[in-house]
Write a protein that binds this ligand. Structure first.
Ligand SMILES: NC(=O)c1ccc[n+]([C@@H]2O[C@H](COP(=O)([O-])OP(=O)(O)OC[C@H]3O[C@@H](n4cnc5c(N)ncnc54)[C@H](OP(=O)(O)O)[C@@H]3O)[C@@H](O)[C@H]2O)c1
Length: 334
């Protein structure tokens, strides 16, 4: 089969479009013909070896796959899965780890996946939509709703709102009736943030987001008022302290990652003075993945698509992610 492969960690020039052996399935697996695969913020991290996890090489990137079953293992329940079924994969496989990170990913024509790691794609969700959802939109659902419990009338600041996770966070906060302040690094991205529902936008390459929040809602006051109720911060790095300073009394900061660095400064005074909560959120469940697909099917959420391209354009697409020239999701079609 054709696949995007890297044999060594490094820059996107290490990604090659080449022939790769077809996967062989075990008794409990299915072989899925990839119809669409989407990229995530973790693709550059894995290629560049900036995560703590060891990636076996050669590796095929891409954890978010939608496709069609073309072969079913001998022990797979035929009443549940059959050739021709449309599926999205749940990429975290017990004993094998993350698809596209520790097990071969989906930037190719066929993937092997245990039957227990598949979620049915409803008729009203396209392959491109289904491929854009699991990692980014699933994670956003858990962070905003399950862990964050975003509520009607709350003020929510979303840093890096222009990415995969962020564009879903904006939509989920709006769906809950919250007021959304969304951050991005370029004016063209801010226009798109308004299109998907952001009430206020901040260009972080020109403005100090903490000052912009204080200008909007006032400086937090420990006797009440000012700031926002919730900060979504998977950027980390030097945004962490200003994220805390943007929260009003009783505010909560949610994180599922640290794109700009995890070993951040902290100013503990803000945490006790304003009785802040720091809430972690990691991954999502298969039921979350099915739920976010239902939300797309009935129109409550619409994946923000930057581009749909042929698989061979994966290297330049990952470079665009590195260069921060992407709004929402890039989907590749083999
Ligand atoms: N724990 C989990 O289960 C889980 C699952 C999925 C994702 N994550 C994490 O969530 C984060 C977001 O993922 P994603 O797929 O949405 O990524 P993404 O699509 O690349 O989006 C991240 C956004 O952050 C901004 N950004 C990128 N590099 C930055 C930098 N060096 N400094 C500041 N801002 C930067 C960019 O927006 P602007 O250029 O407009 O500022 C970009 O749109 C990542 O840290 C990822 O590892 C965690």
């Amino acid at each position: 089969m054709k696949a995007i492969v890297f044999h060594e960690h490094g820059p996107t020039s290490n990604l090659k479009y080449e022939d790769f052996p077809d996967p062989e399935i075990g008794a409990g697996d299915c072989l899925v013909k990839v119809k669409a695969v989407s990229l995530n913020g973790f693709e550059p991290m894995i290629l560049g070896a900036t995560t703590a996890l060891r990636t076996p090489l050669p590796m095929i990137p891409g954890g978010d796959v939608a496709g069609e079953i073309v072969e079913v293992g001998a022990e797979v329940d035929g009443g549940q899965w059959k050739v021709g079924d449309r599926v999205s994969i749940y990429p975290m496989v017990p004993g094998e780890g993350m698809t596209g990170e520790t097990r071969l990913g989906g930037c190719c024509e066929y993937v092997r996946i245990p039957a227990t790691n598949m979620v049915r794609v409803p008729d009203d969700v396209t392959d491109v939509e289904a491929a854009s959802l699991p990692i980014a939109y699933g994670t956003a659902l858990r962070m905003m709703v399950t862990r964050g419990q975003v509520k009607e009338g709350e003020k929510v600041l979303i840093l890096g709102a222009t990415g995969g996770v962020g564009t879903c966070c904006v939509q989920l906060a709006k769906a809950a009736g919250a007021e959304v302040v969304a951050c991005g690094s370029a004016d063209w991205k801010l226009d798109k943030l308004k299109e998907i529902g952001a009430d206020h936008v901040i260009n972080t390459s020109e403005q100090d987001f903490r000052q912009a929040v204080w200008d909007l809602y006032g400086k937090p006051n420990m006797r009440g008022g000012g700031g926002v109720d919730m900060v979504i911060n998977y950027i980390g790095g030097d945004t962490w302290v200003d994220g805390c300073k943007s929260l009003g009394p009783g505010g909560r900061m949610l994180t599922c990652g640290a794109t700009a660095g995890y070993a951040t400064d902290n100013d503990i005074r803000y945490i006790w003075t304003y009785e802040l909560s720091l809430i972690g959120s990691n991954g999502w469940t298969m039921e979350d993945q099915a739920e976010i697909m239902r939300m797309v099917g009935d129109g409550r959420v619409k994946p923000a698509l930057h581009a749909v391209r042929p698989l061979s354009e994966t290297p330049m697409s990952i470079q665009e992610l590195i260069d921060r020239k992407v709004f929402g999701k890039i989907v590749l079609e083999p």
